[in-house]
Design a protein around this ligand. Sequence first.
Ligand SMILES: C[S@@+](CC[C@H](N)C(=O)[O-])C[C@H]1O[C@@H](n2cnc3c(N)ncnc32)[C@H](O)[C@@H]1O
Ligand SMILES: [Zn+2]
Length: 307
Amino acid sequence: MPDPAPAAPPDQPPQVIDYEGSDYQQRFWETGERAYEDLAERIALRKLLPPAGRRLVEFGAAFGRLADLYAGYQQVLLLDYSRSLLRQAQERLGVGGRFVYVAANLYKLPLAAGVVDTAVMVRVMHHLADVPAALGQIHRAIAPGGAFVAEYASKRHLKAMARYALRRQTWSPYDLAPYEFVPLNFDFHPTWMSGELHAAGFDIELELAVSHFRMPLLKRLVPANRLAAADGAVQGIGALWKLTPSIFVRCAAPGARPASLPASLFQCPECAGALTPGADSLDCTACGCRWSTGGGLYDFKEPMPGA
Ligand SMILES: C[S@@+](CC[C@H](N)C(=O)[O-])C[C@H]1O[C@@H](n2cnc3c(N)ncnc32)[C@H](O)[C@@H]1O
Ligand SMILES: [Zn+2]
């Protein structure tokens, strides 16, 4: 489990989980133990994602596990707080083509307003200590008429309900407040999450309940593709009850789709000022911060020294 970064002072953005240097790709996805979850999530995303568009951003994209699903988009921004995971994405997907790699914090997005048609965020919400703050930033980045496809970990799943009924867990899956089961790892009540999405300005269009069969014995006995296909068959109807550990949702940003998206992708994450290109940086015309663009990575984690 990656370490939480040191606690932030009160006037600073919330604490962020630190995947820098983590072996997430190898440890979590390449052992084969989560082949079922990977396939079930892809089935859900194919149902929810607008298949084509001008520009898409994936928040918390890590090493780009899901990037092949964005083939219908002209430009794809892969944004993550971890530079090392983005470097792995670059190795897998290449530099200089449709993919734009952005190291940044969701709580301080460097994206210009209304810059994408579609935003995706999978397996990231559960790391967010301040969901409303992040949703506010995400909403600003999506153009009117655009889509936000998000996944979150639910606290009100069947196993938690059974454990609570049998008094084998103390926390209630029915309590609306997020539950932090280890530092910077949260499960959410679907009703609470729907309220936060609405409060951020999104309309919920479609929900899917995913990973009905996330059980070690079943995963051992049934091939991953068959189990995922079975999950796919009940994701829609399952959303009526939402008893799975993972919920996917497609939200719409209200308004009329603009004829074109802003040409400039970025603004200064410190002051929202305009950025002008330097030799290996983007330089803020308002506050003077300089942001590195070396190695095909737009790096907005910290300004370059001497700015
Ligand atoms: C569990 S991984 C999921 C990766 C990918 N979405 C997937 O499903 O394979 C969570 C990712 O979210 C990123 N992340 C967490 N908090 C973030 C934040 N505040 N800003 C940007 N990225 C963040 C982490 O660096 C990590 O790569
Ligand atoms: Zn600035």
